[in-house]
Design a protein around this ligand. Structure first.
Ligand code: NAP
Length: 301
């Protein structure tokens, strides 16, 4: 039996792995896709102490290598459920069942869809949820970004260096994201803010050709773009674990700052838990706290 299974190899999960290994606990990290979580989509991290500028991918790689060097085992399998048998927790994947004394669920969140007709059909043919992954395909073209949070603002800024023109479509006239980034966007000649507007229709032949937006009065405007980058927030990845977690209305795991859940020996860390500030620094902090709690739990049981 492993001491601590960590589900999710984002900054929270991998930091938890580092802390748990430094306490000499055996650690298995289960990850559905690849290490790094959503931070790998951030081109330039400026707000993490010490590293004034580092790409999300480089950051994630360094943390991954650090956790591996300390002896954390990583398996790239999607955890499908967590079962609480008291002293033994069972984590099932499609192929295997793993047992642990404690489990840390650090699964983060996934992209929220816009919910417009044909959105899913056009993914990879004009619709994208990751500017840093797909931006290069739109060099010299016209694109739009939807959203008003930090992701949308940073995506628009990133795309302004690549695309001919960037429309930033936001449903309100003020941004949820940082004012400094919004100012940087306003200073760009090739960025147009389309405020108080929502995307109503997607037009396409084989690929996206234009979008229709409507303002608050319902007035439509068609904007010709070959790419639409959707950045309207995230949905927590907790639904597979509702047997051991209490979820709030939005699906976030209820836990206080000590990362404990309703199930003794099951902890949550990072963006999938109820919290006010979801940042890289708070995710890694959660990893440290959850691991410390899990280590204590393992030592006491
Ligand atoms: P977010 O902060 O939740 O913002 C989502 C945005 O999408 C909001 O502006 C929201 O509008 C809009 N929106 C939501 N549903 C919509 C819909 N159906 N149609 C149109 N617009 C919709 O999400 P995020 O930007 O992905 O950021 C998530 C977290 O990561 C935040 O805490 C953010 O600060 C953090 N983050 C930090 C950094 C960084 O520190 N460098 C970078 C990226 C993200 P309203 O404002 O009207 O609600």
């Amino acid at each position: 039996m492993t001491d601590i299974i960590i589900i999710g190899a984002g900054p929270a999960g991998m930091t938890a792995a580092i802390y748990a290994r430094r306490a000499a606990k055996s650690v298995l990290v289960l990850e559905a896709l690849s290490y790094g979580g959503q931070i790998i989509n951030t081109p330039d991290i400026e707000n993490y102490p010490v590293a004034a500028h580092i790409s999300g991918f480089d950051f994630a790689t360094k943390v991954y290598e650090q956790a591996q060097a300390l002896g954390a085992e990583f398996k790239f399998e999607k955890a499908l459920s967590v079962e609480d048998n008291g002293a033994e927790k069972i984590v099932r994947t499609a192929k295997n069942s793993y047992t642990a004394k404690a489990v840390i669920i650090a699964t983060g969140s996934q992209n929220r869809k816009l919910g417009v007709e044909n959105e899913t059909k056009l993914v990879g043919r004009g619709i994208s949820y990751c500017a840093t992954c797909d931006g290069a395909f739109y060099r010299g073209k016209r694109v739009a970004v939807v959203g008003g949070g930090n992701t949308a603002l940073e995506d628009a800024l990133y795309l302004a260096d690549i695309a001919e023109k960037v429309y930033l479509i936001h449903r309100r006239d003020s941004f949820r994201g940082e004012e400094l980034t919004a100012d940087a966007l306003r200073a760009r000649d090739n960025v147009e803010l389309v405020l108080n507007s929502t995307v109503r229709e997607l037009h396409f032949d084989k690929r996206l050709t234009s979008v229709t937006v409507a303002d608050k009065a319902g007035n439509p405007r068609e904007i010709e773009v070959s790419g639409l980058f959707v950045a309207v927030g995230r949905i927590p990845e907790n639904s597979d674990f509702s047997a051991v977690l209490e979820l709030d209305r939005a699906g976030y795991a209820v836990a206080s700052e000590n990362c404990r859940t309703k199930t003794p020996g099951v902890f949550v860390a990072g963006d999938n838990r109820v919290k006010d500030v979801r940042q890289l620094v708070t995710a890694t902090a959660d990893g440290a706290v959850a691991a410390t709690e899990a280590i204590r739990f393992v030592n006491e049981h």
